[in-house]
Structure formats: C-alpha cells, structure tokens
Design a protein around this ligand. Structure first.
Ligand SMILES: [Zn+2]
Length: 273
C-alpha cells in the first residue's frame, strides 16, 4: 500500500473506527501507524502468527484485507500481500465507500457508436486511402501530460509520433483526460503508462499490418491489461476507466477491450469491420 490513494483509504477506514489519525493526507505518519497497530490488534484472532513484525506496507494491506471481509468482499487470505484478489477487493471496497454501493458485477457498457472524425474501417485499403501508406504521413505531437514508458517508467515521454490525421483528435482526448483525472488520478490509474503508438509492424500472429503501422493506435498500461485478459482481469475494464473510454469514444476511437473484450491496452482510430 505504497500509493497515496491507498493510504488515504486506510486512513479513512481508521478514522471511521474512531481513531485519531489527524488529516487524511495519504502520508503514513506516526498517528496513522499507531492507529493501524491498534486496529490490527483488535483483529488479532484473524491474523496469522508473527504479524506484529510485518513491515508497514504489509500491515496496511492486511488491514485492508480485513476491512474487505468485514464488508463482505472476498479479499482472499489475510496475508498482507497485494495480489490479484486483494487488488480487486480493494477496488470494490473503494467504490462502496465512495458511492455507498457495490459496483454491479456486470455493467451495461455499450461503447459509444459515433464517428465525428469519419475514421475508416479497419481494412488495409480503407486505412491506406484515409491515412496514407503504413509508415507515411506521420507527425510528432506534444502530449498534454507527461507519459512514461510502460516498461521503463524512468523514461519520460513528452512527444508521440502518430498519423497526421489523428493528431488533433489525440491531443483533444488527452487534454480531456488530463482535466478530468488530474495528476493524481492519472498516476493512480496508470493513464500515463505508455506502451507505444507508431510501429510499422504486422498484427500479432498475422500477416496483415497492425493499426500501429499507420500510427493510429496507442497502447496503455500493457502489464495490467495483457493481450488475452478479459474484463474480469484487465484493469482498464473497471468503472474508474469509464470516463477515459468516453473521451476516446466521443472522438470515434475504438477500444478493442470494450468491443471485443481482449487487448484492453489498445485504442485505435479505425472502426471494426
Ligand atoms: Zn496496440
């Protein structure tokens, strides 16, 4: 639980239990820490032996797991480790606290079917007619907020090379993302984890050119949205990403995740045939 937003949830839960923890600021200071120990002490019977000597982040995670169970949300084993199950349970707990109700197990999330920029259908002929040959007609844009390489987050990305015909739309989308989510939201949700745009390559497992070859597709946060993951696992399928997708879809972009339930990292300026 190193992220500020997670610490804030821990602090909010401790405060609700009546502990005096000072400001809910996302910083795990001494008051937060001592309240955390007291809250865990109260639940000692549900904790494994030796928990007192766990590092703080593990204690915080264990506390969240316990709180999830108390809210009837399955967080798996109380072990203080942030795995797949805990991650999902946490997102449900957060939603319950923010909205007072659980996210529905299945949301009616039909993608918006609009096409204000008249993006072509995803066929080689239609895309070449509209965007030019793969690898041509490229421009480099300044991104509205700093990205970083998903596979090496120390590397900042401030410019992206894309097809000239998607450039303005791309900037509009990312400007809306920036003003809606702000720096903390972007950081928490990984909306800056850039997985690439222009790449003159063929489709995975195919001989046809990928939409990336025209510079009209972007990938985000690939490690939390693996190619074959469906909405049960892909982070970008969660409700906190609804606005993200709305901003893309309002500009006619297509999410393969939302349309086909795979490759949730990928968004493209071409309609599915
Ligand atoms: Zn892609």
């Amino acid at each position: 639980m190193e992220k500020k937003s997670i610490v804030r949830v821990v602090q909010g839960l401790l405060k609700d239990e009546g502990y005096r923890i000072g400001a809910i600021d996302g910083i795990p200071g001494p008051k937060t820490e001592s309240a955390l120990m007291k809250a865990l002490g109260k639940r000692e019977s549900s904790l494994p032996e030796g928990w007192e000597s766990w590092p703080r982040t593990r204690l915080g995670t264990a506390y969240l797991q316990l709180c999830c169970h108390e809210h009837d949300i399955d967080a798996g084993k109380i072990d203080g480790y942030w795995g797949q199950v805990t991650d999902y349970a946490y997102s449900v707990l957060k939603e319950v606290r923010e909205t007072g109700s659980r996210p529905p197990l299945w949301r009616d999330t039909d993608p918006l079917d609009v096409n204000p920029n008249a993006w072509p259908v995803q066929t080689t002929a239609a895309m070449t007619a509209f965007f030019g040959r793969p690898g041509s007609n490229l421009v480099t844009i300044d991104v509205p907020y700093t990205h970083c390489l998903a596979w090496d987050q120390r590397v900042k990305v401030n410019r992206i090379t894309c097809n000239r015909r998607v450039a303005d739309s791309l900037v509009r989308v990312l400007t809306r993302v920036k003003s809606h989510y702000g720096p903390d939201g972007i950081d928490d949700l990984g909306l800056d984890l850039y997985g690439g745009c222009f790449n003159n390559r063929t489709m995975r497992g195919g001989s046809r050119k990928s939409t990336h070859a025209w510079g009209i597709a972007l990938d985000y946060s690939p490690s939390s949205n693996k190619l074959r993951w469906g909405r049960d696992r892909a982070h970008f399928a969660r409700p906190e990403y609804d606005k993200w997708w709305e901003f893309w879809e309002k500009e006619g972009w297509v999410s393969l995740g939302r349309e086909k339930n795979f490759d949730w990292m990928h968004v493209q300026a071409a309609k599915l045939p």
